[in-house]
Design a protein around this ligand. Sequence first.
Ligand code: MN
Length: 500
Amino acid sequence: MDVDKPEVWFLTGSQSLYGEDALRKVEEQSSSIVRGLSESAAIPVSVTPKPVLTTPDAIRQACLDANADARCVGVVTWMHTFSPAKMWIAGLTALQKPLLHLHTQHNLALPWAEIDMDFMNLNQSAHGDREFGYLATRLRHRRKIVVGHWGDPEVQRRIGTWTRAACGWREAQGLRIARLGDNMREVAVTEGDKVEAQIRLGVSVNGYGVGDLTGRASQVEDVDIDLLVKTYEDEYDVVPELRKGGARHDSLREAARIEVALRGFLKDLGAKAFTDTFEDLGKLRQLPGIAVQRLMAEGYGFGAEGDWMAAALVRIMKVMAAGLEGGTSFMEDYTYNFAAEVPQVLGAHMLEICPSIAAGRPSCEIHPLAIGAREDPVRLVFTAPPGPGFVVALLDLGTRLRLVANEVDVIEPEEDLPKLPVARAVWQPRPNLAAAAEAWLMAGGSHHTCFSQALGLEVLDDFAEIAGIELAAIGNDTLPHRFRDELRWNQVYYHLAGAL
Ligand code: MN
């Protein structure tokens, strides 16, 4: 959804000591690296070349310009030669955009037969970047460091992943979350400090009465409902009872009415994420099901039962995953299969799973909802495809925010689930259910998550580093007792780092 075309700026450091000829060469080689990165399919944003930096004033100005340019989501630095790092103090101190330090050199191989002192003077990133690294560390400047030849696909992939995290960060800065109603009564993990979240992540969360939505719903025109019902019939296998002439066609029309109203409501607010709660539906006749599912598929973030942290994550993850294969959805660990050879989690929600994770064409169905005291809601039902993915939760520890993530392997369900009336994914957590769930509970991870099959954990690591918040990651290497220690060390670190 409509975001300014993002770019990262490529800042090359040098100094005037080497003379004009050498600096021209630096410029040439820097341009050739920028071209190489720009052409890489692994890097989804533009890479913008900037003039070689040789003075403290120019460096500071470049950093201030990066801060001020809305298209610039981050800055890549590379010290082609030796760029004495006191020159970078003012710039790095002022820099507010995410930073990636690319430790590379223009040439791939050492020119054994030709190498002379001129070559040595020109191609010295190996130590030029060390001077920069010292200063960035001394300033405690958070950054991602990527090492290797710029043409290496793995180097480009890691840069690309960081640019995705940087796009997610930019999205968070202006993200508005509309909260319809409060959260589910007495639930703890969906509360959280909205002021802290805005200070740390930029996301702003504001509440609205569900009456704002029902008022709109009552004014939706029949022609808009007709159009949307036609879309449902084109895009999904709508069960006969919901089709035109079917006994419950009115329920489908009501679902479409809610969708039209909800989309208009969010659009007018400029909100790209939202929550609702089944305990505050006012005059809505159904808990929004298909409406929420389709809005998520369009890129909106969503959290059920007032979970604005999940809503924020889903939206941010969708921005980070833009253009990639594999979907991203709101999710909840629902129930376990301990009987399987490798124990499994069945993930689902009452209704609101995003069809971007559907393996096939969703079916559009209507079933009772045991809670909420409204009419039966219309929903899309489908199963997520096998393959790697992860779940991630954002939580408020009272004094700071934490991300908890778990790598998972989604599998084909062993058997059909003919009576399960909701969309679902079945997965094996890494390293296994017992260790993963033990670690998850120890980290205080929420029952609600953002689930994605589009990206790996590296993007979360990059995002957490940019945001300066903790990522507690659970994967193949996790041992619960070591993980517990890691959490304890992190408590101390974040305490000392000023989070308390
Ligand atoms: Mn829930």
